[in-house]
Design a protein around this ligand. Structure first.
Ligand code: ZN
Length: 277
């Protein structure tokens, strides 16, 4: 069995605020260890099912260099660093039997999701594919599905868990904290969170045939709302990208993979520096 684990950070037990996920802070150094432990718990869950499994972990928060390599379960391989072609699902190009999302968060605009945002919170206000608003969970579930791979388990706060069930009926979830707002949560103890994640993996892998992930077949109409209209100006230099509404851009993508990459592109080139407050 080959399993790809993509690890974000906002949805880890104990994490509630920007300093917890921002490199250079004391809190970040503590929280990246909590992240590493939750990912190792998921790795153990896979090996409990298949001792011969091939497990690839894609570090997928911020600069994609958060997991402590020497703290991760030694049976997994770790993908670090960016940019990279398949973003948060690096490794999907080689195929997999299942994807697991650890430490994920709700999409931009969700009031009661801890650190809710979509891809780049400073610049992206909303992403819609064929009119459907999608966060990182929806985008990654559909991207994995486009490669024929079901996403079987998502961990994060309970708002994140509900979002996962919405885009992937039948998916398994572990809510490691209850959101009390955007910057507050009632969290499980990290050891308890790890125990629940490890315990959830076998059932999630066993259910993979019955999960019905969101998928887009054929062309996708992509719309991205930006935090400020000016952020769209460099984006509009890309041939084929057009203005859409006051603050948005639009792209007619030939397939979902292209739409996913355009979201990455916009997050990369839209100028954060234009924020003035
Ligand atoms: Zn994220």
């Amino acid at each position: 069995m080959r399993v790809l684990i993509s690890a974000d950070m906002e949805g880890v037990a104990g994490v509630v605020e920007y300093d917890d996920v921002r490199p250079g802070t004391v809190s970040y150094e503590r929280c990246r260890r909590l992240l590493t432990d939750e990912v190792s718990a998921a790795v153990r869950g896979v090996f409990a099912v298949d001792p011969q499994a091939d497990v690839l972990v894609a570090d997928s928060h911020g600069d994609f260099r958060n997991i402590l390599p020497d703290g991760l379960d030694r049976r997994a391989r770790l993908v670090r660093g960016r940019p990279r072609r398949h973003g948060q699902l690096a490794g999907i190009e080689d195929g997999a039997d299942a994807v697991i999302l650890v430490g994920y968060h709700a999409k931009a605009g969700v009031e009661h999701g801890v650190l809710a945002h979509t891809v780049a919170g400073q610049v992206i206000f909303d992403v819609r594919c064929d009119g459907r608003s999608l966060g990182e969970i929806g985008l990654n579930v559909a991207y994995a599905a486009a490669h024929g791979v079901p996403t079987v388990l998502v961990t994060g706060d309970e708002v994140t868990a509900a979002e996962a069930r919405d885009v992937s009926p039948g998916i398994h979830t572990v809510a490691v904290k209850q959101a009390l707002g955007g910057w507050a949560a009632a969290s499980l103890h990290p050891d308890e969170a790890c125990a629940r994640i490890e315990a959830a993996v076998p059932g999630a892998l066993a259910a993979r045939e019955s999960i019905r992930p969101l998928r887009f077949d054929g062309p996708v109409s992509l719309e991205i709302d930006l935090v400020r209209p000016v952020m769209g100006e460099p984006v509009l230099l890309v041939p084929g990208i057009e203005r859409c509404g006051d603050r948005g851009v639009r792209y007619a993508a030939p397939d979902f993979e292209t739409a996913y990459r355009i979201v990455e592109l916009v997050a990369t080139i839209a100028p954060v520096g234009s924020i003035v407050s």
